[in-house]
Design a protein around this ligand. Structure first.
Ligand SMILES: Nc1ncnc2c1ncn2[C@@H]1O[C@H](COP(=O)(O)OP(=O)(O)OP(=O)(O)O)[C@@H](O)[C@H]1O
Length: 694
């Protein structure tokens, strides 16, 4: 081997020098932030409460700055622009200046970084050469150049064969990576769209919708930090597995102040993961369920007493079941929310008791009535009765009543409606609806992260500081004042889910990301109306992404056939990467062995992750088949759970069953077939399902 460094090595060494300078500066700034934090602690007299607040604000800001500087900056510097007049601009994950205040690194979200993503040979925006710098940690390992202006770039070194292809061919891990170094121009437009109103981002599978939505959240926080960090940004995705998959992306971009929730976790205190069967799910998702809930909150709790007995001046007074039921109905007719209605309920009972007593008097007077009422109001046995007869109800209590099919029948509910022991994902919007129908019980005091004891606010421990800098503010239960809401996989939201989100984003602007062709919700028109109601009548900006970056072209061609069958006339994205490996379709008598074999082959052939997908009802069975093979790399997933996820290799068991699993089955199969980046194998008992591919 020659000792003379190659062109690439020389260029890498040059960039390494610059990258080292940036890291050195980062270290200096970090040391300054640590010193500021320490100075903050010494700053004032801790015996004066006001001074503590001031001190904590100082420490808080220093701690925050430190967190930003401490984020895991894998590849802190990833871009370089060579501009006219020999100007060079470096682009990275955050902005840094040197001691003379010259820009060392431009934050990727700053306007000055936009040409890095948007310049093309036709619209160069002054860019002669764009360079993507690839690193592991702080070590530069590769360079990929793009010469946009060959005329002015004569003599410039151009190396590499495309940063994008290199990024797309890399093996996947269990967590999504940021794409900050290779955001493509059409994606960048959606990332940088104005924050106001509603931004709709659509595109087929693998077009980067999720990636774009997350980078957009980071962009908005950068562009108007006060607004978006103050109010908060809520990011919603379909499942807990999906949220785990994407949870590293924003921290890797230096952003921690974003709330990530799955649809099963929107209602505070519940983390639902299980799904209803398709029929029950359809009933629970439709607005048609609301009248049932309205009737439900007016029902007596199943354990409510059915008789009230009291004595007054030697007389036994008895209210029986019918009278109690009528009293309850009278209170509800007033339209008061049940959790705010207890005093009215007590008054209604006292009125009924008085009527009973009055009938036993010859000529009841107003004084006698007043004295009766006053006496009753003091009675502990009446108070105790009211507490049991008209308890403060939580949404979970009330939903639980529906586990009894007799209750569903009493309310004339549909027979297919089912409620399990634990709330399902489809129950969560019902819980939120019940929260509104019941009224909030008296709230516990809002938690203040700076609160120590009354009148004194400070952050006492390192953990407090750390927590406060991460949380920014502790949001109240079922917080509903988010400044921005990002909804991923929005095509699947049911009308009831939209209502729930609408409540969280009353004052928010929105980014709504989805692909109608992947929808597993059958009544698209009802869902769209509910969406429009949830987000309000603000301005819409729409973006369409057209390139599939995930699937090999060979895999996508087959998935596309299924999509066309489900939705004739559909416009599909273009897959950019060919691997030369076509999907393989296997017919087997022993499905278990065939699935194990296919999974083992993929584990051997590919780096990264492998998914085995099947109908929802067989997920646990299939998980059992493969549990010993490669925990960590190999995952069994139900058809609906594959939404938004990706694997290097995918085995699909009985695709035909997925197509028939629900009314939207073909679209679900399309989702499942578009999860693999490298290889797809199907396993089925017969080849019948393959007619879907023609
Ligand atoms: N510009 C890019 N540079 C590098 N990788 C990219 C780029 N855009 C997308 N990708 C990769 O392509 C894959 C698909 O992206 P993503 O999951 O965001 O797509 P999606 O449109 O949300 O897909 P789906 O609708 O199927 O859930 C991810 O691995 C993502 O990192």
């Amino acid at each position: 081997m020659s000792d003379i460094p190659s062109t690439v090595e020389t260029e890498i060494a040059t960039e390494q020098e610059y990258v080292d300078r940036v890291y050195l500066r980062l270290e200096q700034l970090r040391a300054e932030a640590v010193a500021n934090e320490a100075a903050g602690y010494r700053q004032s007299d801790a015996r004066v409460p006001g001074a503590l607040v001031e001190r904590d604000a100082f420490v808080y800001h220093a701690a925050k700055r430190l967190r930003t500087l401490d984020s895991e900056y894998e590849g802190l510097v990833f871009g370089r622009l060579d501009l006219a007049e020999d100007k060079v601009r470096y682009v990275g994950r955050l902005g840094l200046r040197d001691q003379q205040m010259n820009a060392l690194l431009v934050d990727w979200r700053a306007p000055a970084a936009a040409p890095f993503y948007q310049a093309t040979p036709e619209h160069r925006e002054d860019v002669i050469r764009r360079r993507v710098i690839r690193s592991t940690g702080s070590k530069v390992i590769g360079i990929e150049d793009d010469l946009l202006d060959p005329e002015r770039g004569q003599g410039m070194v151009v190396v590499g064969d495309g940063a994008l292809m290199a990024a797309l061919s890399r093996a996947r891990s269990n967590q999504m990576r940021d794409i900050v170094a290779t955001i493509q121009a059409e994606q960048d437009k959606a990332v940088r769209a104005p924050g106001s109103g509603v931004t709709l981002i659509t595109g087929g599978p693998g077009t980067g919708k999720t990636a774009v939505a997350l980078h957009r959240a980071a962009f908005l926080l950068y562009s108007d930090r006060r607004r978006y960090e103050g109010g908060g940004v809520l990011v919603l995705g379909p499942s807990a597995v999906f949220m785990t998959y994407i949870e590293r992306v924003l921290p890797s971009l230096g952003e921690n102040a974003v709330t990530l929730r799955s649809l099963g976790g929107v209602f505070d205190g519940v983390e639902a993961d299980e799904h209803d069967d398709p029929r029950s799910a359809a009933l629970k998702g439709s607005l048609g369920i609301r009248p049932l809930l309205v009737k439900l909150v007016r029902q007596p709790p199943p354990d409510a007493p059915t008789e009230l007995r009291l004595t007054y001046r030697g007389e036994v007074l008895r209210l029986e079941a019918d009278t109690l039921r009528a009293a309850r109905a009278r209170v509800h007719e007033k339209g008061i929310l049940p959790n705010h209605g207890r005093n009215r309920a007590a008054a209604a009972l006292i009125a009924d008791l008085w009527r009973l007593y009055r009938d036993r008097l010859n000529e009841p007077t107003v004084e006698e009535r007043d004295s009766f009422v006053a006496d009753m109001k003091e009675r502990t046995e009446l108070l105790e009765f009211v507490t049991r007869w008209w308890p403060q109800l939580t949404p979970l209590d009330v939903l639980g009543w529906l586990r009894d099919p007799a209750m569903i029948r009493r309310l004339n509910g549909p027979r297919a409606l089912r409620f399990k022991a634990l709330p399902t994902v489809q129950d969560v919007p019902l819980l939120d609806e019940l929260r509104m129908l019941l009224g909030e019980p008296p709230k516990p005091k809002r938690t203040d992260p700076f609160h120590v004891i009354d009148g004194i606010r400070e952050l006492t421990t390192v953990a407090d500081r750390e927590f406060a800098s991460r949380q920014n503010v502790v949001r109240g239960e079922n917080y509903d004042e988010y400044a921005h809401v990002v909804v991923d996989e929005a095509q699947d939201l049911s009308p009831m889910q939209w209502r729930m989100l609408g409540r969280r984003g009353k004052y928010a602007s929105w980014t709504i990301v989805g692909d109608p062709a992947q929808s597993s919700w059958d009544d698209a028109a009802e869902a769209r109306r509910a969406r429009d109601q949830a987000v309000g009548r603000t301005r819409r900006h729409s973006f369409e992404l057209t390139t599939n970056y995930r699937n090999s072209a060979e895999i996508f061609e087959q998935a596309a056939a299924v999509a066309r069958r489900g939705l004739p006339g559909i416009v599909l994205p273009t897959a950019v990467r060919r691997t030369g490996v076509a999907p393989s379709h296997r017919v087997a008598g022993d499905l278990r062995s065939a699935v194990r074999e296919a999974a083992s082959e993929l584990l051997d052939r590919l780096e990264g992750t492998i998914g085995v997908a099947c109908v929802m009802s067989r997920r646990d069975e299939v998980a059992g088949w493969i549990s010993d093979l490669a925990p960590g790399r190999l995952h069994a997933v139900g058809s609906l759970e594959t939404k938004g996820l990706e694997y290097d290799g995918v085995v699909v068991l009985e695709p035909g069953d997925i197509a028939e699993e629900s009314p939207a089955g073909l679209r679900t199969l399309y989702v499942v077939l578009t999860r693999a980046t490298q290889e797809l194998i199907t396993v089925a008992a017969t080849a019948d399902w393959q007619k879907l591919l023609t």
